[in-house]
Design a protein around this ligand. Structure first.
Ligand code: HEM
Length: 380
């Protein structure tokens, strides 16, 4: 899928889907107060245990159960304490619009400290201004049609391998989609060249992601410690790949994401590149795997739509069979132009992006004291 349509869908989701938002703040006492009204109360809710707060309640179960029970008890705005951060959680479209659109200047992107350390401080998510705009451009250009059209056959081959590996097995759809998405992510980031490093990249990233929602306690034996070790190793592998490309003077030849980062005129440092490569895997993987899982579920529930999608795909397969294959008699691979002949499939993807809840919550930090439209009175 083109990144422009993905980003468009993200915006639509932000605008239309009811979603949860953490307003992380280093000092919750600053939140929801204005200098002129110093005695305004914080929203209702609980800060839980010292330091750990309510982290375990959130992450030891389906997060939606945590949100639903809090919402039922306290309403759509409540305070809590997650991953070492006292914060306020909002869950109404009006409040989301306030934070993301009308008063967005009062908030900046952020993540809990543990996630920031794992992704890396130079990743796009923690920045605004010129550096952020530059990174956005570099990411976008690696996912434009000109950049990805040539890898369609390779994506098809990854999909076929996945399907084959499911033969005769009971599979967990989301886990399998995560594996598929990870393989496609590596292909779009490194192209086909870095096949040598695939298994190491995978091993390190899988350890790293286990710690994404851990408390930032860097002591031997903790999940956070193991993740930080894996992250270090990941950065070393990336440094090796970057240096090999530089030695071979191959920077400009690559249309993949790494090539886009390395081709930046002003030059990104190795650390900036590593943080953003890890950042993009983080941004792309679970989100895309989740959409794919929702698609499977919705198709299963709507046999007539499944039938229409199947017929559309089979028609493309038939034309491929009729086309001349390669010298060894292999059938022609799926091409970029084939993907343009899938109106029904595309509509299923678009509709899934519209109705499914993919990102349960995201984070912002208040840059100054914020009072939310007189709601404080109601919250007393
Ligand atoms: C359908 C799947 C996806 C969904 C639902 C989704 C959703 C989102 C949302 C809601 C945000 C904004 C978060 C915030 O502002 O706090 C975001 C940011 C981002 N996403 Fe995605 N995403 C998806 C797939 C991808 C993919 C495949 C990539 C790979 C390139 C990607 C890269 C990014 C990046 C780099 C950002 C940060 C943008 C910025 O700071 O300007 N996402 N995504």
């Amino acid at each position: 899928m083109e990144i422009s349509s993905i980003l468009y869908s993200m915006l639509c989701m932000l605008a239309f889907v009811v979603f949860f938002l953490f307003l992380i703040h280093s000092l919750i006492s600053k939140l929801f107060f204005t200098p002129s009204s110093p005695k305004l109360p914080l929203p209702p809710g609980s800060l839980g245990w010292p330091y750990v707060g309510e982290t375990f309640q959130l992450y030891s179960q389906n997060p939606n159960v945590f949100f639903a029970s809090k919402q039922k008890r306290f309403g759509s705005i409540f305070k809590t304490h997650i991953l070492g951060c006292p914060c306020v959680m909002i869950s109404s479209p009006e409040a989301a619009k306030f934070v993301l659109v009308t008063r967005s200047h009062l908030f900046k992107p952020t993540f809990p400290a543990s996630k920031e350390r794992m992704l890396g401080k130079q990743a796009i998510f923690f920045h605004q201004g010129d550096y952020h705009a530059k990174l956005r451009k570099l990411v976008l250009r690696a996912f434009m049609p000109e950049a990805i059209r040539s890898i369609v056959p390779d994506i098809e081959s990854i999909a076929k391998d996945s399907l084959q590996s499911w033969e005769g097995r009971l599979v967990n759809t989301f886990q399998e989609m995560k594996t598929f998405t990870f393989n496609v992510a590596l292909l779009s980031i490194f192209g086909k060249d870095e096949i040598l490093y695939r298994e190491d990249l995978k091993r390190c990233y899988y350890i790293l992601e286990k710690g994404y929602n851990s408390m930032p306690i860097n002591l031997p034996g903790t999940l956070f410690h193991k993740s930080m070790k894996a992250r270090k190793e990941l950065a070393q592998i990336l440094a090796k790949i970057i240096s090999t490309r530089r030695q071979r003077k191959q920077v400009e030849d690559h249309k993949d994401l790494l090539g886009s980062f390395m081709g930046d005129k002003e030059g990104l440092t190795d650390q900036q590149i590593a943080d953003n490569v890890i950042g993009v895997i983080f941004a792309a993987r679970d989100t895309t795997a989740s959409v794919l899982t929702w698609i499977v579920k919705y198709l299963g529930e709507n046999p007539s739509v499944l039938q229409a999608v199947t017929e559309e795909q089979e028609a493309i397969m038939r034309t491929k069979e009729e086309e001349e294959g390669d010298d060894e008699g292999n059938q022609k691979a799926l091409s970029w132009s084939d993907t343009k002949k899938m109106p029904m499939t595309s509509r299923v993807i678009q509709e899934t992006l519209r109705v499914a809840s993919i990102l349960s919550f995201t984070f912002r930090e208040a840059v100054e004291d914020v009072e939310y439209e007189g709601q404080l009175k109601k919250l007393k």
